[in-house]
Design a protein around this ligand. Structure first.
Ligand SMILES: [Fe+2]
Length: 480
């Protein structure tokens, strides 16, 4: 609740700073942005006597507590504020409108007079004492950097019809470098969801998982970089599809399907036109990510045509992330259910060897899974340990529904009652584990461990086979 108010404060601050960089302070656009920002600030300030937003190690803190998800979303604003050497913003009591305007002027670089003494003060508090210069923070920052690159690229393609490959490759390389050393943490980070910017976050998650699978299968970093770039850009052709069709809540008609099925070609063409190192593999992935292993799907490869290994690799991660995310036309499924859907499609939609590798790597309850134990307690799975048959995670909520400081637990599988959707119980797994300081422990488990027997244990159950919804689901993901 409080984090939502901080996000509103940051969002309106970002908007006000960019308006002031475009228009004079008394222009109606600037005045509207300042009014909105002031309102959000007043609402945030009303939450406590003193509200301190701290900035350190690429992260925002609220009264000393890390706001991991907010840090991810507002990485650009973080950069702008830290360029202005802002380390803390203190809201002391009721916010004065002029003080807010001064803050925006300072943040926009229009004045060098540091606001102080009033209802908004800069760099007075030092509530941030935790050390966040961690590898997980670096990874999270690269993640948001890549989301930012995709955002820019999307605008460029929409405006100019083309883009340059170099900045994409640079961002992807950095992310892959970091994730290869910490694939456990990368998998945890890939559970981050965004409904407003689905395509961007989905693309980065697909990249992280495809790269982790490739690494698990023994591919080298040299091979993984173009695969990561292809995963990142696989849906770039969607810029040619109208948002109305993309978000259409019900079934699509013929015309809408035609529009959707063109996005692989559009994407591949844009990547070929961009050129640069690794662009052929990336274009192949974009072209084939909806082509099924059995030659069906689109574009139709025919009974003798198999998609490229890189495309088959990306297709599995693509569907896994899509199925576990809520869309306007479909509910989200739990990670465990998504693995069952992959297994059902093995040999048909997907390469069975890659599905097997993916499930072994993820384990039957992938990192970030939220499990309700038979005792009623909620546990978030953090990582797998090959030397232990138990599930490793953190107890986060009691049977009585009370949130507790995350506490490490090892849970035998037979104590699991059911898997629940993180979103439905108001849990953001990556953010929660990072806030609890757990992410570093996850980093220590950097290499994905072989989960022997995971496939057998996640097997397609009787119920799933009978479930008509599951079968239609695999055709619904054709839209993603
Ligand atoms: Fe797609």
């Amino acid at each position: 609740m409080m984090e939502a108010k901080v996000q509103e404060f940051l969002k309106t601050l970002q908007a006000a700073v960019s308006q002031l960089n475009l228009y004079p302070a008394h222009h109606p656009n600037s005045e509207t942005a300042l009014r909105r920002g002031w309102k959000a600030t007043t609402e945030l300030a009303a939450q406590d006597d003193d509200v301190v937003i701290g900035l350190k190690g690429y992260a925002f803190f609220l009264n000393g507590e890390l706001l991991a998800y907010t840090s991810l979303t507002y990485a650009n604003l973080y950069q702008d504020l830290s360029d202005r050497e802002i380390e803390a913003i203190t809201l002391a009591g009721e916010t004065d409108r002029t003080d807010y305007a001064n803050l925006v002027e300072f943040a926009a670089g229009h004045t060098d007079d540091l606001p102080g003494g009033g209802s908004i003060r800069l760099n007075e508090s030092r509530l941030v004492d935790g050390d966040d210069d961690s590898a997980f923070a670096d990874l999270r920052f690269s993640y948001s950097g890549v989301v930012g690159t995709l955002r820019t690229l999307d605008h460029r393609i929409a405006r100019e019809g083309s883009f340059e490959m170099a900045p994409v490759m640079q961002a992807v390389e950095e992310l892959i470098d970091q994730s290869l050393d910490a694939s456990g943490a990368a998998l945890l980070l890939s559970t981050v969801k965004s409904h407003d910017e689905y395509t961007f976050y989905h693309s980065v998650n697909t990249c992280l998982m495809a790269v982790a699978t490739g690494q698990y299968l023994g591919l080298t970093q040299k091979d993984l970089i173009p695969i990561g770039a292809g995963a990142m850009l696989h849906d770039i052709g969607k810029v040619a599809v109208s948002p109305k069709t993309l978000n259409h809540p019900g079934r699509l008609d013929r015309e809408q399907w035609k529009e959707i099925t063109i996005h692989p070609q559009e994407g591949a063409q844009a990547i070929m036109a961009a050129g640069g190192p690794g662009h052929e593999v990336a274009a192949t992935i974009a072209l084939e990510h909806h082509a099924r292993f059995d030659g069906l799907g689109y574009p139709r490869l025919g009974p003798d045509g198999h998609p490229h290994l890189a495309s088959r690799l990306v297709a599995v991660s693509d569907v896994y992330d899509a199925v576990t995310t809520r869309r306007s036309y479909r509910r989200a499924e739990t990670p465990h259910r998504a693995l069952q859907i992959l297994l059902q499609g093995a040999g048909g939609a997907f390469d069975p060897d890659i599905v097997r590798a993916f499930i072994s790597m993820m384990g039957i309850f992938p990192p970030g899974s939220v499990l309700r134990l038979l005792s009623g307690e909620l546990v978030v799975i953090s990582h797998h340990q090959s030397d232990s048959p138990d599930l490793h995670g953190f107890l986060v909520r009691t049977a009585a529904g009370e949130d507790v400081e995350p506490e490490p637990v090892a849970v035998p599988e037979h104590q699991v009652g059911q898997q629940v959707l993180a979103e439905s119980v108001g849990i953001e797994p990556a953010a929660l584990l990072e806030r609890a300081g757990v992410a570093e422990q996850v980093l220590a488990s950097s290499l994905p461990k072989v989960d022997e027997g995971a496939i057998e244990r996640s097997g397609v159950d009787e119920e799933a086979l009978k479930d008509q919804a599951a079968r239609s689901l695999s055709s619904i993901v054709d839209r993603d």
